[in-house]
Design a protein around this ligand. Structure first.
Ligand SMILES: Cc1cc2nc3c(=O)[nH]c(=O)nc-3n(C[C@H](O)[C@H](O)[C@H](O)COP(=O)(O)OP(=O)(O)OC[C@H]3O[C@@H](n4cnc5c(N)ncnc54)[C@H](O)[C@@H]3O)c2cc1C
Ligand SMILES: *[C@@H]1O[C@H](CO)[C@@H](O)[C@H](O)[C@H]1NC(C)=O
Ligand SMILES: *[C@@H]1O[C@H](CO)[C@@H](O)[C@H](O)[C@H]1NC(C)=O
Ligand SMILES: *[C@@H]1O[C@H](CO)[C@@H](O)[C@H](O)[C@H]1NC(C)=O
Ligand SMILES: *[C@@H]1O[C@H](CO)[C@@H](O)[C@H](O)[C@H]1NC(C)=O
Ligand SMILES: *[C@@H]1O[C@H](CO)[C@@H](O)[C@H](O)[C@H]1NC(C)=O
Ligand SMILES: *[C@@H]1O[C@H](CO)[C@@H](O)[C@H](O)[C@H]1NC(C)=O
Length: 505
C-alpha cells in the first residue's frame, strides 16, 4: 500500500511538472473563486482530490493537475472563463460512471460537481430541481417522503448529470419516455460564462441540443425534471446457473415479445465471470466463488406497483434459481439491490452497444453465444467479467416527448430502439486495445445477426451513454447532427468545450 501510494505520488508529480500550464490555471482559479469553492492537489492522496477524480471504471480516471469543487454557478462561470482564456484542458465529472476514457477525466483541470447537491421539490408544478453532482440514489431518497419520483437511473451510484445529458433509459421509460423527455429546464453555464435557465421556450435550439448532447454546450449546474406519483414497486434480482439458461432465455424472449403492460420491465444480464469478482456486496461473494469461469444469467424484474398482475413474471420465478431477491419494496431499495458499486480500484472497463428492434429467441441465443465465445477468448488477456444486458422496452418509448431532442433522433418517427449494453471488465491496461476491438467486433456480429433475421437497424442510432468512445457521431445522432453542429457554433464559437473530452460536435 505504501509502495503503491509512493508510485501514485511519483506519477502525480510527473504529471504536475509536465503540465505547468494547467497548474498555473489551478492557482488562478483558487485566487478567483469564492469561499463556496475549493481547489485540491494530488499530494492529498486520501482526501478530496482522490474522490474527485475517481470513476466507476479505473480506465476512466486520469491524474489531473488539480481538482476543483465549484460551489456556485457564479464560480463555474469564473472557472470556465479562466480555462477558456488560458486554453487549459479540463474535465467535468458528475457521477463518474462513464465507461469511456477521457470523457470526464483530464491531465489538466478536473471539475467535480459534487457540491451541486440540492434537491428541491415543487409540488405545485410537479417538478424537482436537482444539483448536477448527485447520484440517483440521493434523488430517490429525497423524493420518497413526497410519494413521487423521476424517470431516473436503474443502478446504484450512477450520476444524474451524464445519464440525463445522454438520454436516460429508466424503469419508468415505458410509461414516460427517456429522462430527456421529462426535463423542463437546465441551469447552464454557457461556454462564454453566461448563466442561463434553458427551457423549451427560452432557447429551443439549446434545449434540444442539451437533451442528449452531453458536455458540448457548457456545464449544467441543475436539472429540473417532471415528477410522477410513486408508490411501492415489486421486483429485484434473480440468478440462474448455466444449465437453466435455455429456459430463462425463453422467458426473456416471451417477455420481450408479449408483455405490453408499461409498468413491467426487465434487464436480463448474460454474464461470464472469471475467477473471483471483487464485489463489495457480500451477498454475491459465494456465487462468484462457486461459479467462477461459468456463464450465468441474472435478470432484474421490475413492476411499478406493489405486486405484478399474474402471468407477467411467473415463468421466471418457476425456473430453479441460485438466488432470489424479489419482493415489494421502494424503488430506491430495488435500485440499490442492483449494486454497481462493485468496482475494485484496479478494474478497467468499457461499454459498447447495438440498437435492436426485437429480442427474438435467435437474437438472445446469439447474445449468450457471445459471452461464451469472448469469455473463453479473452480469459488470458485479463478479462475479469463481462455482461450483455438485454433491455426490452415497448416500441412506443420514443413517443412520450413534447419537443425533439439531440438523442434519440426521431425525425422520421422511428420505432423505439432497444439498447443492448455490452460491458467488459479487465485488469491489465495493455489489454485495452484488445478489449475495445472485441467489443466492436461483438457488437458488429450481433448487429449482423439481427439484420440477417430482417431487423431494419442499419441506421438505428446507438445510445450515447453505451457507445464506445470512437463511435462515429453519425451513428449516434443521425440526421440531428447538422443542426447540432450549427447550434454548437452559435453557443461556443471558440470551442471552449472542445478542451473537455467526449463525443464532440
Ligand atoms: C452500473 C451502470 C449502470 C447504468 N445504468 C444505466 C441505465 O439504466 N440507463 C441508462 O440510460 N444509462 C445507464 N448507464 C450509463 C450512464 O448513463 C452513463 O455511464 C453516464 O455517463 C453516467 O453519468 P455520470 O454523471 O455518472 O458520468 P460522468 O462520467 O460523470 O459524466 C459522463 C459525461 O457527462 C459529462 N458531464 C457530467 N456532468 C456534467 C455537467 N454538469 N455538465 C455538462 N456535462 C457533464 C461529462 O463531461 C462526461 O462527458 C449505466 C452505467 C453504469 C456504469
Ligand atoms: C471535500 O471536503 C469537504 C470538507 O473539507 C467535504 O465537506 C466535502 O464533502 C468533500 N468533497 C468530496 C467530494 O469529497
Ligand atoms: C489550445 O491548445 C490546443 C492544444 O491543447 C492547441 O491545439 C490550440 O492551438 C490552442 N489554441 C490557442 C488559441 O492557443
Ligand atoms: C453506491 O454508492 C452511492 C454513492 O456513490 C451510495 O449512495 C449508495 O448507497 C451505494 N450503494 C450501495 C448498494 O452500496
Ligand atoms: C407470444 O405469444 C404468442 C401467442 O400466445 C405465442 O405464439 C408466441 O410464441 C409468444 N412469443 C414468444 C417469443 O414467446
Ligand atoms: C458464436 O459467436 C462467434 C463469435 O461471434 C461466431 O463466430 C459464431 O458463429 C457464433 N455461433 C453461433 C452458433 O451463433
Ligand atoms: C454569451 O453568449 C450569449 C449567446 O449564446 C449571449 O447572449 C451573451 O450575452 C454572452 N455573454 C457574455 C458574458 O458574453
Amino acid at each position: 500500500m505504501a509502495r503503491l501510494r509512493k508510485t501514485c505520488r511519483a506519477i502525480a508529480l510527473a504529471s504536475i511538472f509536465s503540465s505547468t500550464l494547467a497548474l498555473d490555471a489551478c492557482t488562478r482559479i483558487q485566487q478567483a473563486v469564492s469561499s463556496a469553492s475549493n481547489v485540491y492537489y494530488p499530494v492529498d492522496l486520501v482526501g478530496n482530490y482522490t474522490q474527485d477524480i475517481a470513476h466507476w471504471a479505473s480506465s476512466s480516471t486520469q491524474l489531473s493537475a488539480c481538482s476543483v469543487e465549484p460551489g456556485t454557478a457564479a464560480d463555474v462561470s469564473i472557472i470556465l472563463q479562466l480555462l477558456a482564456s488560458t486554453n487549459t484542458s479540463f474535465a467535468v465529472k458528475g457521477g463518474g460512471h462513464t465507461a469511456n476514457p477521457g470523457f470526464s477525466s483530464t491531465t489538466g483541470v478536473h471539475l467535480s460537481m459534487a457540491r451541486f447537491s440540492g434537491v428541491s421539490y415543487d409540488a405545485s408544478r410537479a417538478t424537482v430541481t436537482i444539483g448536477s453532482g448527485l447520484v440517483w440514489d440521493d434523488v430517490y431518497e429525497a423524493l420518497e417522503p413526497y410519494g413521487v419520483n423521476v424517470v431516473g437511473g436503474r443502478a446504484s451510484g450512477v450520476g444524474v448529470a451524464g445519464f440525463t445529458l445522454g438520454g436516460g433509459y429508466s424503469w419508468k421509460t415505458n410509461q414516460f419516455g427517456l429522462t430527456v423527455d421529462t426535463i423542463t429546464a437546465f441551469e447552464l453555464v454557457k461556454p462564454n460564462g453566461s448563466i442561463v435557465s434553458v427551457t423549451a421556450s427560452s432557447e429551443p435550439d439549446l434545449f434540444f441540443g442539451l437533451k442528449g448532447g452531453l458536455n458540448n454546450f457548457g456545464i449544467v449546474t441543475e436539472f429540473t425534471l417532471q415528477t410522477f406519483p410513486q408508490g411501492q414497486v415489486w421486483g429485484g434480482l434473480l440468478t440462474y446457473a448455466a444449465n437453466e439458461i435455455p429456459a430463462v432465455s425463453a422467458a426473456v424472449a416471451r417477455f420481450a415479445a408479449n408483455v405490453t403492460d408499461p409498468k413491467a420491465g426487465i434487464v436480463s444480464s448474460y454474464k461470464f465471470i472469471l475467477g473471483e469478482l471483487h464485489n463489495a456486496d457480500p451477498r454475491f461473494q459465494s456465487h462468484f466463488k462457486i461459479y467462477a469461469s461459468q456463464p450465468l444469467v441474472a435478470p432484474i424484474l421490475f413492476y411499478d406497483g406493489p405486486s405484478p398482475p399474474a402471468g407477467i413474471f411467473d415463468d421466471f420465478l418457476a425456473i430453479p434459481h441460485l438466488s432470489e431477491d424479489v419482493r415489494t419494496r421502494s424503488l430506491l431499495s430495488l435500485v440499490q439491490s442492483a449494486s454497481s458499486n462493485a468496482s475494485s480500484g484496479a478494474t478497467r472497463r468499457a461499454f459498447h452497444t447495438a440498437s435492436l428492434l426485437e429480442y427474438s429467441p435467435t437474437m438472445i441465443d446469439a447474445i449468450f453465444n457471445e459471452t461464451i465465445f469472448w469469455g473463453t477468448q479473452l480469459a488470458l488477456a485479463g478479462l475479469i467479467s463481462m455482461s450483455y444486458d438485454i433491455e426490452p422496452f415497448l416500441p412506443s418509448i420514443y413517443t412520450h416527448s413534447t419537443s425533439p431532442s439531440a438523442f434519440p433522433p426521431r425525425d422520421a418517427n422511428p420505432p423505439g430502439y432497444l439498447p443492448l449494453n455490452l460491458h467488459f471488465a479487465w485488469t491489465p491496461s495493455t489489454s485495452d486495445d484488445l478489449m475495445h476491438a472485441a467489443l466492436r467486433q461483438s457488437a458488429a456480429h450481433l448487429t449482423q445477426v439481427a439484420m440477417n433475421e430482417g431487423q431494419a437497424i442499419v441506421d438505428a442510432p446507438l445510445y450515447t451513454n453505451y457507445a464506445l468512445y470512437d463511435t462515429a457521431l453519425e451513428r449516434i445522432y443521425g440526421p440531428n447532427l447538422p443542426r447540432l453542429r450549427r447550434i454548437k457554433k452559435e453557443v461556443d464559437p471558440g470551442n471552449v468545450m472542445g478542451l473537455a473530452g467526449g463525443f464532440k460536435f
